[in-house]
Design a protein around this ligand. Sequence first.
Ligand code: KG4
Ligand code: ZN
Length: 383
Amino acid sequence: MATILSIESSCDETAVAILKDKKELLANIVSSQIDTHQLYGGVVPELASRLHVQNISIVLKEALAKAHLSIDEIDAIAVTKGPGLVGSLHVGIQAAKTLALYTQKPLIGVHHIVGHIYANALVNEIVYPCLCLVVSGGHTELVYMEDEMQFKVIGTTLDDAVGEAYDKVGRVAHLPYPGGPIIDRLSKQGKPNYSLPKPMDDESYHFSFSGLKSAVINLAHRIEQRHETLNVEDLAYSFQHAALDILVEKTMRAAKAYQVKQIMLAGGVSANSLLREMFQEAAKKENISLSLPPLWCCTDNAAMIAMAGSIMYDYQMFSSLDLSVKPGIDIELESRGGIDHGDQRAWNIWEKKFSYLVNCQKQRVFKIRRFAVIFHTLQTLPI
Ligand code: KG4
Ligand code: ZN
């Protein structure tokens, strides 16, 4: 049993959570940058990393205050190491390494999707073997899990992720970013008036959304050329059914083939009300247990990273302090027994750099902008 402080900064949310014994979520702070990125119609990576630098110490302080804990009462520091935007991930990792070095507590590098999957464990008991449909802005994957922390990808998207397709359709329909939640809402008033292709309707467990995305773009162009008006509700309805039917069909088929005891959903798109309904219906029909992550932790947050970190803590799946950003990391390598323990030389260099920076902090000398994240983090500590 342990108290884990976790940091998530892989995209446009700066988040810190504190989870005690896998049960008590003592703090779960998410600072969203969405208002800024909405102005540009999507996430601007350079802006995202700058905002993470500004926000990280504020969110850290708030989480510790909310949990009524001092940093010394934390047993380990978990952090998202990838996949995600390099600059954004870097901020969380630097902050986490600073805290781990200061407290001399273990550092746990968590795969972002492992976090999304274990968001389910915050509310449900996971029954193995299980199958998880991961649907987010960057991923669409079917992950088979024979046991805890065992990941096998049996299907994946060959091009775009389903969340990416939602956001693109949102753009075509001139909706604010991100398109997913709005399309979800609008489709409730829509009708199946537009005919769109069902993507990758075949025997495999793979997915493809670029064809559907192009079909929506072409449809919008044709309507514009004819000086007609695009019915956004009908587009939302037609798009959602084309995109989601295939996700449910393939997941249910794979669940049978792999004889799993439970199906789980994970990732931002698992907040979708139609997808949740369709899975509830399908699972009931097939008499199979279904776990849906709670709505408050479908999209990016640090509570899910804390839960994954707590499970990894039990298996002592610790990272060395030379942990670096892993933007394209493969989830199968995160299975128990597959973790990389890093190299001692890089750790020594980091320790030297760290003591130099702690001295700078003590003397209030903050000259080196390159180390801004570490300075910001040190400001949250009783130095
Ligand atoms: O997991 P997430 O927060 O970030 C990534 O790891 O990518 O997922 C964000 C994605 C966005 O594409 C967003 O449009 C989508 O999740 N999303 C939704 C809904 N809520 C968020 N898509 C469909 N329906 C929703 N209700
Ligand atoms: Zn995510």
